[in-house]
Design a protein around this ligand. Structure first.
Ligand code: ATP
Ligand code: DNN
Ligand code: MG
Length: 234
């Protein structure tokens, strides 16, 4: 098995949904799995309680007991770019600390799934400092790319893959998320696959998130690739 990142073409594309789904399915295969969200921003308040959506989703759906201290390194209240959300709290993200944590986690789990924050070129330290992509490259882990099926996704997806491939980051496959079944969305998916015939999965836009966790991703070429991952030749 292989540790990997779940990255996206943007914020809100479904990285947490996909991370949580893959965590559950890999746990069902008997693997010891931990998700890890290095940096999360945007505290959510419900019933007078503050929490963070990403790590809350992991804990809600995990089939194994997760160690909370393994799930996240930095959480900032402002729903903004990590560099700015950190500045608002007088803090600075230490990218080396993230890389060390990723290393340490790999020794304790069969699979560590690292979730990005936003898209690739999200600044972690003050502008023109380290980006999320710099951390991904330094981690030497491959990625699963989550992208939309709606208008605009062709450009966003090709740009993101270009940025990854030009830095020798291995793209294990793609998840086309939020499909509503329109002809244009099907053409978007097929067009992207023409450029990059990678393993993939398609997740529909669902009304109820609990349906997502039952959504069978195991029959897809993406899941097959995750199980048979060898260090790629490229
Ligand atoms: N296939 C889907 N069907 C229904 N709702 C979805 C689906 N995928 C994502 N969502 C919803 O869309 C919102 C954004 O998804 P999600 O939080 O996974 O995005 P993200 O890429 O992880 O964002 P961030 O960059 O903040 O980490 C969430 O409210 C999530 O529940
Ligand atoms: C708040 C949001 N849900 C994410 N946690 C952070 C997204 C950062 C996006 C930065 C940018 O690309 O402008
Ligand atoms: Mg997320």
């Amino acid at each position: 098995m292989q540790h990997f990142w779940v990255v996206g073409t943007d914020t809100d594309v479904g990285k947490t949904i996909v991370t949580t789904m893959l965590m559950c399915h890999l746990q069902k295969q008997g693997l010891k799995v931990s998700p890890y969200k290095p940096v999360q921003t945007g505290e959510v308040y419900e019933n007078g309680r503050g929490y963070y959506y990403d790590t809350a989703m992991y804990e809600k759906y995990s089939l194994q007991k997760l160690q909370q201290e393994h799930l996240n390194s930095y959480s900032f209240r402002e729903a903004a770019s990590p560099h700015f959300a950190a500045q608002l709290e007088g803090q600075q993200i230490d990218a080396n600390e993230l890389l060390l944590r990723i290393q340490l986690l790999q020794a304790s789990y069969d699979v560590v799934i690292c979730e990005g924050a936003g898209g690739l070129f999200v600044p972690l330290t003050a502008p023109n400092g380290m980006t999320l992509l710099d951390v991904i490259v330094s981690s030497k882990l491959p990625v699963v790319l989550v992208t939309r099926t709606s208008l605009g996704t062709i450009n966003h997806t090709l740009l993101t893959i270009e940025a990854l491939r030009s830095r020798q980051v291995d793209v294990l496959g793609m998840v086309f998320n939020g499909d509503t079944g329109s002809c244009m969305e099907q053409d978007n998916i097929q067009t992207i696959l023409q450029y990059h015939p990678l393993p993939y999965a398609i997740i529909p836009q669902l009304q109820n998130l609990s349906q997502l966790m039952d959504y069978a991703i195991t029959h897809t070429t993406l899941f097959e690739r995750l199980f048979n991952y060898e260090t790629s030749s490229n």
